[in-house]
Write a protein that binds this ligand. Structure first.
Ligand code: HEM
Length: 176
């Protein structure tokens, strides 16, 4: 049988949760900046420094976004496994995990090469892909944010009844 993981006490849990919320807000804000810069770059017709928005985006895409994304993921997983929420016990957490991993993987695999292509020429589709990619990522992060506050869908039901102690009631979604 797997050993039970230690539970976070109230104070450390509040600190980890604060870091989690700050990291996720920081991540969201940086993606907003990516959207604004990629959209602004579409409307600058060459100009004196046509590559400037893409240089800024390059700085934000690495390392600023990876730092906030990994901090969100690590603190989120810590808050799940070290509290009664559990990592795979509630739908709202599993959906957030999938959204988070999807944004991280698509961002890591696509954004850098799109920035390179976009700064190489004004007619490349990568310029539009950067705008669309940032918009889709924003929608996904906003969904994760709303899900976090609402905590919808309840527990993941198991076919086997647990032995021993009954599962804690999923009543008013607090899992405290
Ligand atoms: C972009 C991704 C994410 C965003 C925007 C986000 C946002 C938030 C926010 C705003 C809260 C505070 C909710 C409240 O106190 O009512 C929260 C709590 C929480 N998040 Fe996330 N989160 C994200 C990703 C994750 C991931 C990937 C996990 C786990 C795999 C996770 C697990 C949790 C848990 C367990 C709590 C509750 C903490 C507690 O009750 O002490 N989050 N999240």
């Amino acid at each position: 049988m797997a050993a039970a993981l230690p539970r976070l006490a109230t104070r450390p849990r509040a600190i980890v949760r604060a870091v989690h919320v700050l990291a996720s807000i920081g991540w969201f804000g940086l993606v907003v900046v990516m959207l604004v810069l990629s959209a602004a770059a579409l409307t600058t017709d060459g100009g004196p420094s046509p590559h400037f928005p893409y240089q800024l985006m390059d700085q934000i895409a690495s390392p600023m976004i990876p730092i906030t994304a990994v901090a969100t993921l690590v603190t989120g997983v810590a808050l799940s496994v070290a509290t009664p929420w559990g990592l795979l016990r509630h739908w709202w957490i599993v959906v957030k995990l999938v959204l988070t991993l999807a944004v991280i993987m698509t961002g890591a695999s696509l954004t850098g090469s799109w920035i390179l292509q976009a700064s190489a020429g004004p007619t490349t589709p990568a310029r539009w892909l950067l705008v669309g990619g940032a918009a889709v990522h924003l929608l996904m992060l906003a969904s994760a944010m709303i899900i976090s506050v609402d905590k919808p869908w309840g527990r993941i039901s198991r076919s086997r009844k647990p032995r021993g102690r009954p599962l804690p009631q999923y009543g008013n979604i607090s899992a405290r």
